[in-house]
Ligand binder design. Sequence first.
Ligand code: AP5
Length: 216
Amino acid sequence: MATFIVLLGPPGAGKGTQAELLAENTKLAHISSGDLFRENLKNQTELGKLAKSYMDKGELVPDDVTINMIRDRLTRPDCEAGAILDGFPRTPTQADALEKMLSEFGSRVALVPYITASETVLVDRISGRWTCRAQGHIYHQIFSKPKQPGICDLDGSELYQRDDDKAETVTKRIRVYVDQTMPLIEYYRKVGKIIEVDGMQAVEKVTNILLSALKK
Ligand code: AP5
């Protein structure tokens, strides 16, 4: 059966960072809903323009649009063995839809690592984050510096700061997370899928904890 992992956690907890590393280690696909929206925005698609109007305010893109985008992504061949889902689902409606989609493929969510961090740490991380323009690789001006300032180590593309990483939008994103996404912790805890991981540890330590949980 294909393996689907859902990474839960507040903005800046390290979901994207860990998803990249887990995908590299497990060879599963990395699906980031935020990256898919940003890719659409870069390509000036209607979906990208619609998503931007919500992302700029720190709000969630409507469920139906998001679910359709993920459904489409899950049918690509690189998801045959499974995927690491980063940023999806984010509401109970999205979680129900995911369950339905995976059952159509004869699969289900295997594990839901919930990465935690204090609000001060989240804000520090997001304000120092640099993202690669080409493929969304993630850096930090202090904790995870690129070899050459402003350039991605992996593909040489420009690093930029996300529009939704401004202080006032970050506060809103954290509030939206508490109101709309935190109920998923209980949703997955009830079915025994949650493992809680302290995301304030070093990146490699968090990765090792996640990899050993996946092996089990
Ligand atoms: P999205 O792109 O998903 O953003 P997010 O969930 O808010 O999460 P972030 O990307 O900010 O943080 P992260 O946890 O991935 O942390 P990262 O690894 O980068 O969503 C953006 C927007 O898109 C949403 O607001 C919404 O509008 C829309 N959207 C997306 N999905 C949606 C959905 N399903 N439904 C509706 N709307 C949706 O790390 C942060 C920084 O910390 C980096 O600089 C990194 O280098 C550093 N770092 C990471 N780990 C560590 C560590 N252990 N120690 C030190 N530094 C670390």
